[in-house]
Design a protein around this ligand. Structure first.
Ligand SMILES: [Zn+2]
Length: 153
């Protein structure tokens, strides 16, 4: 599979995910919940997650508060305009060009595992091996299906 640019990801992945409410899709909840703190590693972001959070949550959901600022970041509550599920978005900056975001839904429906097509950026490349519940996708159709459909349906 050819690597995606961020612009291609926005037009090929984010646009498809955005077509409908995906809040109840375990794969969608899982990917936007990526948090390096779960692995005891140096600050790391997942590009797939960052772009989906920007396009779907920040640009598409209803903000429920002004956002609480904390040192180097913010925490904000959002609600989906379709299904009314709510979630918390956390944004933290570690340096001028290192930051990360993640989103946790109040109703936790996360899959055990998620795939990515863009990949990580972090302070320590060797850390990426410790992230066992995310892996690089080898099949784009399957990747997109995991973000847009509920396998249990
Ligand atoms: Zn929704």
């Amino acid at each position: 599979m050819e690597p995606f640019t961020h612009d291609q990801f926005i037009s090929n992945v984010a646009a498809a995910v955005k077509k409908e409410c995906r809040c109840s899709i375990p794969g969608f909840q899982k990917i936007v919940s990526f948090n390096f703190e779960d692995y005891g590693i140096a600050p790391t972001l997942l590009w797939d997650s960052e772009i989906l959070i920007q396009e779907i949550i920040r640009n598409g959901f209803v903000a429920l508060d002004e956002g609480v600022q904390h040192q180097g970041g913010s925490k904000r509550r959002y609600r989906c305009p379709s299904c009314e599920r709510s979630c918390t978005e956390i944004y933290t900056e570690y340096s001028i060009n290192m930051y990360r975001s993640f989103v946790l839904f109040d109703e936790d429906l996360r899959a055990a595992h998620a795939e990515y097509v863009l990949g990580y950026r972090g302070f320590e490349q060797k850390d990426f091996d410790k992230i066992s519940d995310f892996s690089r996708s080898l099949d784009f159709d399957l990747y997109l299906a995991n973000l847009t459909t509920n396998k249990n349906e």
